[in-house]
Design a protein around this ligand. Structure first.
Ligand code: ADP
Length: 489
């Protein structure tokens, strides 16, 4: 059977108190009894002295008799007289233990009890006492004669009042004990009820922490050890919660890093796969022409085609190698950037001038409206970025199309847009446009000498120059890129 802690404590307190009351009452009752006995002895001793005084007085003032004869003659009247003096029943014995007088009726056995033992003792000049019926004490003391003991006086002392006092006291202790027992149990129960409730709350808090449900405040507010324990549990809960949260956060970061690494590894694999594939295509074409030339080296048409195609594929290969090397250098090594102050409008004008020839060959027009502003940039990179973008805007344009460049200063940055009237980029390809080797239409891209590396290189270069590049929404009308660089005031 499971006994609750509050019941145990209450019972313990009650038992403790009742034990204390019992021990206290035992010693008090013992003390009272001893005190009463001493008082009675003192009282009786005083009376014995009175008796002896009176007996002596009577003996010396009366006719000179022998002590034995005196006791025989005057014993009866003396006993009655002494009873009057003392207020006690008095019996006198002579030196041989014979009753010579008594204030009690029926002289042969005045106390209604055999006192021979006590009498024999008292006759040896000693004090003796003996309990008698009706709660009486018989006090026997020697009566001194002129030379030696001439008899014994027996005083009857009632113990009733002393005993009733003791009984009252005992009853008082009993009722007090019972009241203390009940009261202490109730008070203890009520007090421990509070303590037990606090312990219960502490237990609940510990259980909820075990279930990883952390507490937001101390479960108990008290100014004692239980309160301190509650504070301790609350502190522990907070510590566990924060360390678990930190661990979770670390795990999340680790997981993120692992995912990133996996994606990078995947990207790298794809990149290498793409490079191999892209390199193989022109090499296969060159090898095929070389094989044909070995077989038919006197065919002038073949010779012409071979020259043309080998030159084209070699050019493509060269361009690809160059871009791959540039990309690798950008990613792997610290890019040697020689930044200098550049006037954007002038820079763009210079590039447009260089690209005008190609644009005209395609029947296109390039227009520029640029706001004068300065940026801090590596000139070589600036050239690469805009030549690549303009090259794309020309390659993927339509006959009689146009390319427009615009620049303006906004929010301490120089914003440059390059918009063409070309075929545009389909929505599904928008996200992948900056990935290396990505082409919307492989054949068309190849036909125009594209490698799928241009935009990837552009983005890398832009970011290295603290710039941004985004593909703008054009709603199916050509393509527009927006770039921005920090402006130098
Ligand atoms: P590429 O050498 O093939 O031109 P890029 O990385 O420069 O490679 O461009 C990737 C792809 O994005 C191109 O193959 C092309 O399909 C598309 N693209 C780039 N610029 C434009 C543009 N101005 N208009 C339409 N499509 C474009």
């Amino acid at each position: 059977m499971r006994i609750s802690i509050k019941l145990k404590f209450s019972l313990f307190l009650a038992v403790l108190l009742i034990l204390a009351v019992s021990v206290l009452s035992y010693f008090v009752l013992q003390g009272v009894a001893r005190n009463q006995q001493l008082q009675a002895e003192d009282y009786l001793d005083q009376h014995v002295k009175t008796v002896n005084l009176r007996v002596k007085q009577t003996y010396y003032t009366g006719a000179r008799l022998k002590p034995q004869a005196f006791m025989q003659q005057r014993g009866r009247s003396l006993a009655v007289e002494l009873a009057g003096f003392t207020g006690l029943e008095v019996t006198l014995y002579d030196a041989v233990g014979q009753i010579v007088g008594s204030s009690v009726q029926g002289e042969t056995d005045p106390a209604g009890q055999d006192v021979s033992g006590a009498l024999a003792y008292a006759l040896q000049n000693k004090i003796a006492y003996q309990n008698a019926a009706d709660d009486k004490l018989l006090y026997l003391a020697p009566v001194q004669g002129p030379e030696k003991q001439m008899g014994v006086v027996q005083l009857q002392y009632s113990l009733k009042s002393a005993q009733s006092f003791q009984q009252t006291l005992q009853n008082l202790f009993l009722t007090t004990g019972a009241a203390v027992l009940v009261l202490s149990f109730i008070v203890g129960y009520l007090y421990f009820n509070r303590a037990a409730a606090a312990i219960g709350r502490l237990k609940k808090a510990a259980e909820s922490i075990r279930r990883a449900e952390y507490i937001s405040a101390p479960p108990v507010k008290r100014k004692d050890e239980l309160g301190e324990l509650a504070e301790g549990i609350y502190f522990m809960s907070r510590e566990i919660e924060s360390s678990i949260a930190a661990k979770d956060e670390e795990q999340r970061k680790l997981q993120l890093a692992v995912t990133k690494l996996q994606a990078l590894e995947q990207q790298q694999k794809q990149y290498i796969g793409n490079i191999s594939h892209e390199f193989k295509t022109p090499l296969t074409s060159i090898k095929a022409y070389v094989d044909l030339l070995n077989m038919y080296d006197d065919d002038p048409k073949l010779l012409f085609d071979a020259k043309l195609n080998i030159a084209k594929e070699t050019e493509r290969l060269y361009e690809m190698v160059e871009k791959v090397l540039q990309l690798t250098a950008l990613e792997k090594y610290d890019f040697e950037s020689q930044a200098e102050l550049l006037e954007v409008a002038e820079g763009l004008e210079d590039i447009c001038g260089r690209m005008n020839g190609k644009a005209e060959r395609y029947g296109l027009t390039i227009t520029l409206d640029a706001e004068p502003a300065h940026i801090w940039i590596d000139k070589e990179s600036f050239m690469h970025i805009f030549i690549n973008l303009l090259d794309n805007a020309i390659k993927y344009n339509v006959p009689q199309g146009s390319v427009h460049l615009h620049s303006e200063v906004r929010d301490q940055r120089v914003w440059i847009t390059i918009k063409d009237s070309g075929i545009g980029i389909p929505p599904e390809a928008r996200d992948k446009i900056f990935e290396p080797f990505f082409t919307v239409n492989r054949d068309r891209s190849r036909a125009s000498g594209g490698t799928g590396l241009g935009l990837s290189l552009v983005r890398n270069l832009v970011e290295k120059q603290n710039g941004t590049i985004t593909l703008l929404e054009t709603e199916g009308e050509g393509t527009a890129f927006e770039l921005s660089f920090p402006r130098v005031s």
